[in-house]
Design a protein around this ligand. Structure first.
Ligand code: ATP
Ligand code: MG
Ligand code: FE
Length: 341
């Protein structure tokens, strides 16, 4: 069964073809980051318009790389939410139109379910059940994943997402948007121990996070210091260390509370090298293993949506119940609402 995945929830147009027998056949991506960076953030209307321009050429590209034709597709999976309503509508309407013309089912996929399952595109893949740390631009959550459609929220951020904190702090340090990767690079030149920032909610006794105070602490620090390149790097390092410490400790706590030994890290912040290093060291000590999506699938992409669609279809086994030709999007949508049974 071949599934075409469509992702347009924010500022990446992602298309992929996934075969339930052969795995990922192709994926094509266009990132609008450059266009939005001029404005210091994503401009929703520009995002929607750009998705419209990119989506059909990307579908053609993905088909051609996979040596497939439209007629070879058995089902469609599109990101139904959460995200920017106008951007989501582009993917959903193309998905609905193709589903109508090709007379194949179209599945609306929860964007976070895509992120969550993305490490299953790699080998070795984690096996259910596992703990997932979802650290993206809009979300920070710890989840227990029992299987496809079985997601139990263990804890989440009470304010900013980890990626959002990276981006806002990067902005304070004069780096571009989105600044997570740039901040991490700058931190590489920082002197360890030069500054110490608080690790918010480290000892809260639960699995929740808070990152907005950390950003304020950075602001206070930058106001007090005579800023030069070295001090900027020192602050970047202190910030990164605080975030990485909290993410690592809470992930370990989630593993031991649930008695599981596999941790999946998904979302853009999962690309952070210091986080990867800390998690590798700490999980090894407790005999647990960490799984990541391939770097290119850490941020938004069509492959994770195609995969989630394929797994959903296989789990469902009732294709008649899936709509063709109609669609809705959900700008706000809690993953818990997609849970099976
Ligand atoms: P959501 O999925 O919650 O809607 P999103 O899709 O925009 O959000 P992703 O694309 O998964 O989020 O991740 C983007 C975030 O990852 C940005 O905030 C970016 O700064 C951050 N990020 C990317 N690379 C790194 C890195 N090396 N270190 C830290 N943060 C990073
Ligand atoms: Mg993005
Ligand atoms: Fe995302």
């Amino acid at each position: 069964m071949i599934i075409l995945g469509i992702e347009t929830s924010c500022d990446e147009t992602g298309i992929a073809l996934y075969d339930t027998e052969r795995g990922l056949l192709s994926h094509a991506l266009y990132s609008q980051i450059e266009m939005h960076s001029e404005y210091g953030g994503v401009v929703p209307e520009l995002a929607s318009r750009d998705h419209i321009q990119r989506i059909l050429p990307l579908i053609k590209e993905a088909l051609s790389v996979a040596h497939c034709e439209l007629a070879d597709i058995d089902a469609l999976a599109f990101t139904q939410g959460p995200g920017l309503a106008g951007a989501l509508l582009v993917g959903a309407s193309v998905g609905a139109a193709l589903s109508f013309v090709l007379k194949i089912p179209a599945l609306g996929i929860h964007h976070l379910e895509g992120h969550l399952l993305s490490p299953l595109l790699s080998t070795p893949a984690p096996e259910f059940p596992f703990i997932a740390l979802l650290v993206s631009g809009g979300h920070t959550q710890l989840m227990q994943v029992g299987g496809v459609g079985q997601y139990q929220l263990l804890g989440e951020t009470v304010d900013d997402a980890a990626g959002e904190a990276f981006d806002k702090t990067a902005k304070l340090l004069g780096l571009g948007y989105p600044g997570g990767a740039a901040l991490s690079k700058l931190a590489g030149q920082g002197r360890p121990g030069r500054f110490k920032l608080p690790c918010p909610m480290l000892k809260s006794g639960d699995l929740n996070f808070s990152f907005s105070g950390l950003k304020t602490a950075v602001l206070t620090l930058t106001n007090k210091q005579k800023m030069d390149q070295q001090v900027r790097a020192d602050i970047a390092l202190a910030f990164q260390e605080a975030v990485v410490t909290v993410l690592t400790e809470k992930s370990l706590a989630a593993l031991s509370r649930s008695n599981l030994n596999q941790l999946v890290v998904a979302g853009g912040v999962g690309a952070n090298q210091q986080l990867r290093q800390h998690l590798a060291e700490k999980t090894a000590l407790m005999g647990a293993t960490v799984f990541y999506p391939q770097l290119e699938f850490c941020t938004d992409n069509g492959a994770m949506i195609a995969l989630a669609g394929a797994l959903r279809l296989q789990a469902m086994d009732k294709r008649e119940s899936i709509s063709t030709g109609t669609f809705t999007v959900r700008a706000r949508w809690n993953l818990a609402e997609t849970i099976d049974g």
